[in-house]
Design a binder for this molecule. Structure first.
Ligand code: ZN
Length: 92
């Protein structure tokens, strides 16, 4: 998980997982662009709205705009260097 300015991982082996690390780096960029605290507020509100809509934790989590961007681009090795600012807005 990404908690600005850190990426927290469960064990050392995961540090070599490029997809996971890129996913969390995307979240770090989102957090900087949202000035950190508002990121967490909107993340939580988006999750709660999704939970009302979908009534399912996994679906509510995956449909959070920040997660949608991260999952859509976590396997693209060029994404972070080419990503325009506020790219998560494409996933609203
Ligand atoms: Zn994520």
């Amino acid at each position: 998980m990404a908690v600005f300015p850190f990426i927290l991982i469960q064990n050392k082996e995961l540090a070599g997982n490029d997809t996971l690390i890129r996913h969390e780096q995307i979240h770090l960029k989102q957090q900087v662009e949202m000035l950190v605290i508002p990121f967490y507020v909107i993340y939580l509100i988006n999750y709660l709205i999704n939970l009302v809509i979908y009534r399912q934790h996994d679906k509510a989590y995956r449909e959070i705009i920040f997660e949608r961007e991260a999952y859509a681009n976590e396997q693209n090795g060029d994404y972070l260097s080419q990503r325009p600012v506020w790219s998560f807005m494409k996933y609203v």
